[in-house]
Design a protein around this ligand. Structure first.
Ligand code: PHE
Length: 453
């Protein structure tokens, strides 16, 4: 552990570098793979509005809090919580919040890597021309065959894990800054091309209507929980990823402004993905609620039928995998930072351990789609259970605690100093949100789901 002014893992070289890295963490499979399929499963427009409200009232205030805690602690999340609890004269048990995050990171990455592996396999599929001229049925058959094969998925999951841990082993601040710099604009550009394709279909307005026309009768307590959980998931909140990135953030940079930029970019990417996907869904008589396979059953139709589709298809899936990679790195960084700082491991060794555990856990997700598809706990497959446990429970609980810690436990003057907002009213607004609005909202959603209200 170091007591100097800087994190022992290095620092971001500029404000832009942090924005890029945090956006790299936030923008990932959550935006392009998960957001469309959960929107489809939860009936569209009303769900999207609840999700946007959650980003605004819960996500952004907590993201500011988490970054601030990270920068003040300058260590892995577990030790950061210990040090800041001590500084504030609070109970040392706050460090369990760090543990909750580290465990959530492992669990999320275990299935995240499997899905990123699907993306890798689709790069090859497009490359070999499997989708050229394809219709809905062909694309669906291809996807179902792939799901039925544990071996193929295992192969791609392994490739993805090895690459992720290879990058993490080399240290997060260097390679990542450079990679994300071109990755994000390229991904954005490709999404615009897909939106243009979606506009050329007859079902464009039907898709838009589904995405933005709110019918609140479709909303249930569970779907509000899913929307809120997704706000945490997509902004990488509640598990220490943003905290650990905040730890590498130089003192003079404005946390609030950078946070708003990152959250805005993240939301924009998700909405663009939705606008691109739903018209294709309706145009080809596919089901919006068809689950985790949604983008893998829709976008290949676009690539198989548009001019330049082969090239754009390869590029898209490559970018998707890179976006997943920049998120995966942040999922495992809290654990690796902890192993290095307190277990005296080299980064390389820490990566081998963390990677091996995650890889093994990933088998549960792979088998959920084939040989263990009938094996259910609480009526959910292993993949569904991991997803529910992390996104809908662990992240919101983590985020709730972060809000309480920043709002009620940390000394106000410390928060003020870290955030150094030029307008004092902004500080009051943030404090009000983080003290009352965000925790109360999370709490009410939980109460509603367990049936108390
Ligand atoms: N935000 C990432 C995504 O949307 C996933 C993630 C969750 C990354 C939690 C880090 C921490 O894909």
């Amino acid at each position: 552990m170091t007591d100097s002014n800087k994190s022992s893992h290095g620092e971001w070289s500029s404000r832009m570098a942090f924005i890029l890295a945090a956006t790299g963490s936030a923008v990932g499979l959550g935006n392009i793979w998960k957001f469309p399929y959960i929107t489809g499963e939860n009936g569209g427009g009303a769900f999207v509005i609840v999700y946007l409200m959650c980003v605004l009232l819960i996500g952004i205030p907590i993201m500011i809090a988490e970054t601030m805690i990270g920068r003040r602690g300058k260590r892995n999340p577990i030790d950061t919580m210990t040090v800041l609890a001590k500084e504030s004269g609070a109970d040392p048990n706050w460090h369990y919040l760090g543990w909750l995050g580290v465990i959530a990171g492992f669990l999320i990455l275990s299935y995240y890597s499997v899905i990123a592996g699907w993306g890798l396999s689709y790069v090859l599929n497009v490359f070999t021309g499997s989708f050229s001229g394809a219709d809905g049925e062909k694309v669906q058959t291809l996807f179902n065959d792939f799901m039925a094969s544990p071996l193929q998925q295992l192969f791609w999951h392994t490739v993805f894990m090895v690459v992720t841990m290879g990058v993490v082993a080399r240290g997060v601040t260097e390679g990542l800054e450079r990679a994300v710099q071109w990755l994000m604009p390229a991904l954005f550009f490709l999404l615009l091309i897909l939106v243009a394709y979606a506009m050329s279909t007859d079902s464009y307005f039907k898709g838009l209507n589904f995405l933005f026309n709110a019918d609140f009768s479709k909303i249930t307590g569970q779907s509000v929980l899913t929307a809120m959980g997704h706000a945490f998931f997509t902004l990488s909140l509640g598990m220490g990823a943003i905290m650990v990135y905040g730890a590498y953030l130089p003192k003079d940079i404005s946390i609030a402004r950078t946070t708003v930029i990152v959250a805005g970019a993240d939301t924009l990417v998700a909405l663009l993905a939705g606008i691109a996907i739903f018209p294709i869904v309706f145009e080809n008589n596919l089901q919006p609620g068809s689950g985790p396979g949604l983008i893998f059953q829709t976008l290949p139709i676009a690539f198989g039928n548009m001019t330049g589709g082969w090239f754009f298809g390869i590029l898209f899936f490559v970018l998707l995998v890179f976006a997943a990679l920049s998120s995966s790195i942040s999922l495992i960084e809290p654990a690796v930072a902890w192993l290095v700082e307190t277990r005296n491991m080299t980064r390389q060794r820490a990566c081998v351990w963390a990677g091996a555990v995650t890889w093994l856990l990933g088998l549960g997700t792979i088998f959920s789609f084939n040989i263990w598809s009938e094996f259910k706990i609480f009526d959910r497959t292993i993949f569904e259970l991991l997803d529910y446990l992390t996104a809908n429970l662990m992240l919101p609980i983590g985020g709730f605690c972060i809000a309480i810690f920043a709002g009620w436990v940390m000394k106000q003057e410390h928060c003020k100093k870290e955030l150094h907002l030029t307008n004092p009213q902004h500080f009051e607004v943030w404090r009000f949100l983080v003290c009352y609005v965000s925790p109360a909202a999370v709490f009410l959603v939980f109460l509603n789901v367990v049936g108390v209200i």
